[in-house]
Ligand binder design. Structure first.
Ligand code: SF4
Ligand code: SF4
Ligand code: FES
Length: 250
């Protein structure tokens, strides 16, 4: 820290998806309860580097500012986490901000993480309900199901688990932990389970669950403490049983 009354940020800049990246440093006056997003807002209001050079505001994604929307994920001091809940008081300085490394950079800290939504579509991560007319109350969920489902339902699609996963890369095409956990969520739902076989089938083969090396990096970075490795091992077992029974049937 330059002095106890200032906050130093080192930010990786990249003006376009194909341009070269470079670093810029910023120095802000310290205020209590600052977080990374509030620092980025201050820089936007006065985009001048630490050396006094005028620059452009930093581009980044954010929305809810309360760790619910999942949009502000970035590398903060090398760790995948949410910028809105990253308090400056808890961060080593200079605070290093970088875009996620496993997703295409749009500009500065904003990345295109839409692959998670494509993966969720591929496994049909939804309840197949026709909402055009009143179906009446759905089936009841047991308290045991509720207890298992609730923690998984807190996923905010931030992709931190995918960024941290050594297996999530172009070579494997691995879907990642979040998508597998959502398969678990919808497969244990009394209505959702009608698509169980299709969801498990979508996790077989290239990029499927067998790519997981069980390194457990995902669970360490998940901001919502989702029991990812438990979901992965449960779904892994079910995929194996289904693959085996499919084989016997043919
Ligand atoms: S357990 Fe490891 S390999 Fe599997 S999804 Fe998590 S980080 Fe990736
Ligand atoms: S499982 Fe956790 S880390 Fe992964 S997308 Fe969901 S909330 Fe983010
Ligand atoms: S702004 Fe929504 S999670 Fe950070």
């Amino acid at each position: 820290m330059a002095n106890s009354k200032s906050v130093i940020l080192k930010i990786k800049r990249q003006p376009t998806p194909s341009s070269k990246s470079y670093w810029e440093e910023f120095e802000l006056a310290y205020k209590p309860n600052m977080n990374v997003i509030s620092c980025l807002m201050e820089i936007a209001a006065n985009p001048v580097t630490r050396e006094g050079k005028p620059t452009t505001p930093i581009t980044y994604d954010s929305n809810c500012l309360e760790e619910v929307c999942g949009s502000c994920a970035m590398l903060i001091n090398g760790r995948a986490r949410m910028a809105c809940s990253a308090l400056i008081d808890n961060l080593e300085q200079p605070v290093r901000l970088e875009p996620f490394s496993k997703f295409p950079v749009i500009r500065d800290l904003a990345t295109d993480r839409s692959v998670i939504f494509e993966n969720l579509k591929a496994v049909k991560a939804w309840l197949p309900v026709d909402g055009t007319y009143d179906l009446g109350p759905g089936p009841r969920m047991t308290p045991e199901h509720q207890e298992e489902a609730y923690p998984i339902s807190r996923c905010i699609s931030c992709t931190c688990c995918m960024e941290a996963c050594p297996q999530f890369n172009e070579e494997t095409g691995f879907v990642g932990a979040a998508t597998i956990a959502q398969v678990r969520l919808f497969n244990i739902h009394p209505t959702g389970k009608v698509l169980k076989r299709e969801r498990l089938a979508a996790l077989m083969g290239e990029g499927g669950i067998q790519e997981c090396g069980y390194a457990q990096n995902c669970i360490e970075v998940c901001p919502k403490d989702i029991p990812l490795t438990k979901a992965i091992s449960e779904i892994g077992g079910e995929v194996m049983v289904q693959a085996f029974t499919d084989l016997l049937r043919h």
